[in-house]
Design a protein around this ligand. Structure first.
Ligand code: NDP
Length: 346
């Protein structure tokens, strides 16, 4: 069984590739250029011809994945920009939407052996900002970001631009599914993860080259003073999260579980505040040897404090029932991430 993984050099996708190879699948990884494939090739060289890298230079072009989908049994589409410095929202929206719908179109026209397509969407396509705490489930859609996109001006923050890219891409998936389901022999699963944290195995050399979510963890858990974060900020800022390795496992389970077909599935380990990870870091024995001492913040002031409010929670029954997904804890993820930093001399 061969699986196509798009954007395979990314933080999440390289763990997806690893999980698939460890389960015995063959994997075809797509990247944008030869040089972006080098680290992948090296990382998985032990798998010989069970791992191949192909170049898809521009995912926004019509038919971009036509060649890549040929001969694969399943597809994991993860390629999509996640950064918070786009001026023009379409810098994010165009590759998110065209890349995702284009992948489905290529699978429709050329993926004669494809049985399932898994798309990495996001909690960003589910949640919306609310004055009151709210629990979201798979019936919720982030229409707020689309209203803000239409409105423009100060409400169109960089986070809103990213949320709009993920919401429009996922809406594109379900529209494609509705329009074409009678014509296609495969089905679709959409995964909606919140913030993804945990160790890195993709090509990062310096902390500043980390992807958006892993970089924020580095900045606020390992170096909050340098980041200018106050104790108040660390105790009150958070959301929901999942370990990158559990998300990779979810991508494999989404291929394997028949019942996952034609569902969107929220995968989340629970809620966090930065202080929770800092407390977990300080509980590690022996302490990790990092380039600067761990911060203390205000121990216990995060989730354990009864006054703490979590604005966004997710209902995750579907992931448990359909995928049987289990989650690492804040303590486990923190220990492994800091061991990764220690090994890198960070
Ligand atoms: P990374 O930035 O590490 O990886 C993104 C991948 O997408 C890279 O392979 C990148 O290629 C590719 N990509 C980005 N922009 C383009 C573009 N314009 N054209 C072609 N390829 C592009 O991010 P993550 O691993 O964190 O994200 C992977 C997926 O997971 C995304 O779909 C993201 O929205 C989603 N997600 C991430 C979360 C997180 O907290 N990290 C949370 C929820 C969802 P290149 O290296 O060449 O730029």
């Amino acid at each position: 069984q061969k699986v196509l993984v798009s954007g395979a050099n990314g933080y999440i996708a390289i763990w997806v590739v690893r999980n698939l190879l460890e389960r015995g699948y063959s994997v075809r990884s797509t990247v944008r250029s030869e040089d972006k494939g080098e680290h992948l090739k090296k990382t998985f060289s032990q798998y010989g011809d069970k791992h191949e890298v192909v170049i898809v230079p521009d995912i926004t072009k019509k038919g971009a994945f036509d060649e890549a989908v040929k001969g694969v049994d399943a597809i994991e589409h993860t390629a999509s920009p996640f950064h918070l410095n786009a001026d023009d929202p379409y810098e994010l929206i165009t590759p998110a939407v065209n890349g995702t719908v284009g992948m489905l179109q290529s699978a429709l026209e050329h993926g004669t052996s494809v049985k399932r397509v898994v798309v990495t969407s996001s909690g960003a396509a589910v949640l919306h900002d609310n004055p009151k705490p709210q629990e979201f489930d798979e019936s919720n859609w982030n229409d707020q970001c689309l209203e803000f996109l239409a409105q423009g001006g100060p409400v169109l923050t960089n986070m809103v631009k990213y949320r709009a890219s993920k919401t429009l891409a996922e809406k594109g998936v379900w529209k494609f599914w509705e329009d074409n389901k009678s014509k296609i022999s495969w089905d679709i699963v959409v995964l909606n993860p919140p913030y993804v944290f945990g160790p890195t195995i993709h090509a990062v050399t310096t902390p500043s080259s980390l992807n958006t979510s892993a970089l924020s963890w580095y900045n606020f858990v390992a170096h909050p003073t340098a980041s200018g974060a106050t104790n108040e900020f660390l105790a009150t800022t958070g959301s929901a999260w999942i370990d990158v390795r559990d998300l990779a496992e979810a991508h494999s389970l989404a291929l394997e579980k028949e019942a996952a077909g034609s569902k969107r599935i929220i995968v989340s380990a629970g809620v966090w505040k930065w202080q929770d990870f800092i407390d977990a870091a300080n509980a590690i024995s022996p302490p990790p040897k990092l380039s600067s001492p761990l911060p203390l913040g205000n121990p216990g002031a995060g989730t354990p404090n009864p006054a703490t409010i979590h604005m966004i929670r997710y209902k995750t029954d579907r992931a448990t029932e359909v995928l049987g997904l289990k989650y690492r804890t804040i303590a486990e993820t923190t220990k492994d991430t800091l061991a990764d930093y220690e090994a890198r001399g960070w």
